[in-house]
Write a protein that binds this ligand. Structure first.
Ligand code: GDP
Ligand code: MG
Length: 436
């Protein structure tokens, strides 16, 4: 899937004239790639139509970068497909909820149950695990081991063979113990047999879960839609977790699972261990799906953040002025944290996740400091220029601390150094001269 779409987009980049014909070729290739990735025909048709709607070539003003518009539309459309439009149920602390996990054997249910419990325990919940898998020998032992490792109370039986009975007993027990997140692990079979689906229906009817999570191996393709739909029909699935995303899987099945269950992906599993678990974020997921490495995204972002009137020269120095202009442009763009974190040289601490407001303030502060610099300082290519008396003057002029000025200069130095090492540096500069 990735190579197909990324390839189509790359060829689009090479096309000399971007016209209806080039767009149609690109859309054909993208459709083919999606079909090959086991996305259903109906879904592919919808994506195709939406991309076409989003890209009205005639209406684009001359000078707009049509390739970028198309690439954005493809990316945006696939992100949109992963968003069913309504959030899933989220448990709240202190309020008892029951969450039931369903999925085929080997999909990663038992492992994921523990990860999910641990994730919430770390956030102040009081979770508990119930093993309602009476089908597989050793199922209870596995859950017990995991639960013990994560210090989470558990319930199960070596002798009882009725999964409904155990599920109900476990849920009752932990309700009495005032657990606020009771997680029910269920059995799986190799296929979605009628018996398994009937069992899921019964367990779900008896435990009345607030949320049913469908667990899916990231590497299943074609099967994803039917599997997800079958589970949705027997227990009303409200969320999806994709496992084994640490391997080669691109996770194309996620598109089908979301469309079959009309439910969002909430987490992805990225390894066998308990902490290998991250909240789902559509953008990086789709990037990976499309085979757009971070560097691809990086070129886009840097290109976007580049000063339009005055693109940097090839092999030029990353001056303070360039940084200033990038900041200016970044402020007008989308999610600042995500954008900034992708620019090499900006440490991830520059804007921590969820601290966008502080990041904005920091950028403003840096810009205020730069406002007090002379042209020679902003354009300076001589690092020796910036001496203590200049730093003192800039701090006084901008009303900031000397330490803040020093900090900013350090940050700039680091960025400039990374800038030199950027593998796409030359290519970017030649490109940006053309496309900007
Ligand atoms: P279940 O049958 O659905 O309960 O699946 P299990 O939880 O027993 O997992 C099946 C196998 O997949 C085990 O060997 C797990 O360690 C492995 N597994 C589960 N999640 C992940 C993951 O995110 N990454 C990797 N690499 N392995 C996983
Ligand atoms: Mg299991």
């Amino acid at each position: 899937l990735g190579r197909g779409i990324a390839g189509a987009l790359a060829r689009m980049k090479e096309a000399i004239v971007v016209d209806e014909r080039a767009l149609a070729d690109c859309l054909n290739e993208i459709s083919r790639a999606l079909l090959q990735a086991d996305v259903r025909f109906e879904t592919v048709r919808d994506i195709r139509a939406s991309i076409k709607r989003a890209v009205n070539l005639d209406a684009l003003a001359d000078g707009t970068d049509k390739r970028r518009v198309i690439q954005k539309a493809v990316f945006g459309e696939i992100c949109r497909m992963l968003d069913p439009g309504k959030p899933s149920f989220t448990p709240s602390k202190g309020k008892p909820s029951v969450v039931m996990f369903v999925g085929l054997q080997g999909s990663g249910k038992t492992t994921t149950c523990t990860k999910y419990a641990d994730y919430h325990r770390r956030r102040g919940f009081k979770p508990a695990l119930v093993c309602a898998d009476t089908f597989r020998a050793g199922a209870f032992d596995q859950l017990k081991q995991n639960a013990t490792k994560a210090k989470i109370p558990f319930y199960g039986s070596y002798t009882e063979s009725d999964p409904v009975k155990i599920a109900v007993e476990g849920v009752d027990k932990f309700r009495k113990e005032k657990c606020d997140l009771i997680i029910v692990d269920t059995s799986g079979r190799h296929k979605q047999e009628a018996a398994l689906l009937e069992e899921m229906r019964q367990v779900s009817e008896a435990t009345k879960p607030d949320l049913v999570i469908f667990v899916m191996d990231g590497s299943i393709g074609q099967a994803a839609f039917d599997q997800a739909q079958a589970f949705k029909q027997s227990a009303s699935v409200g969320a999806v977790i994709i496992t084994k995303m640490d391997g080669h899987a691109k996770g194309g099945g996620a598109l089908s699972a979301v469309s079959a269950t009309k439910s969002p992906v909430i987490f992805i599993g990225t390894g066998e261990h308990i902490p290998d678990f991250v909240a789902f974020d559509a953008k990086p997921f789709v990037k990976r799906l499309l085979g757009m490495g971070d560097m691809d995204g990086l070129v886009d972002i840097i290109q976007n953040a580049m000063p339009i009137d005055n693109p940097p020269e090839i092999g030029g120095t990353f001056t303070l002025r360039l940084l200033y202009e990038m900041f200016q442009n970044l402020q007008n763009m989308g999610s600042l944290g995500q954008l900034v974190s992708m620019i090499p040289g900006f440490s991830s601490q520059f804007i921590e996740k969820g601290k966008e407001r502080e990041g904005q303030a920091k950028i403003k502060r840096y810009m205020t400091i730069m406002d007090s610099m002379t042209a020679a300082e902003l354009d300076g290519t001589n690092p020796k220029l910036m001496n203590q008396s200049r730093i003192n003057r800039i701090a006084r002029g901008s009303g900031r601390l000397v330490s803040e000025v020093v900090c900013m200069l350090e940050e700039h130095k680091r960025i400039a150094k990374m800038w030199k090492k950027l593998p796409i540096h030359k290519k970017l500069n030649t490109n940006s001269a053309k496309s900007l």
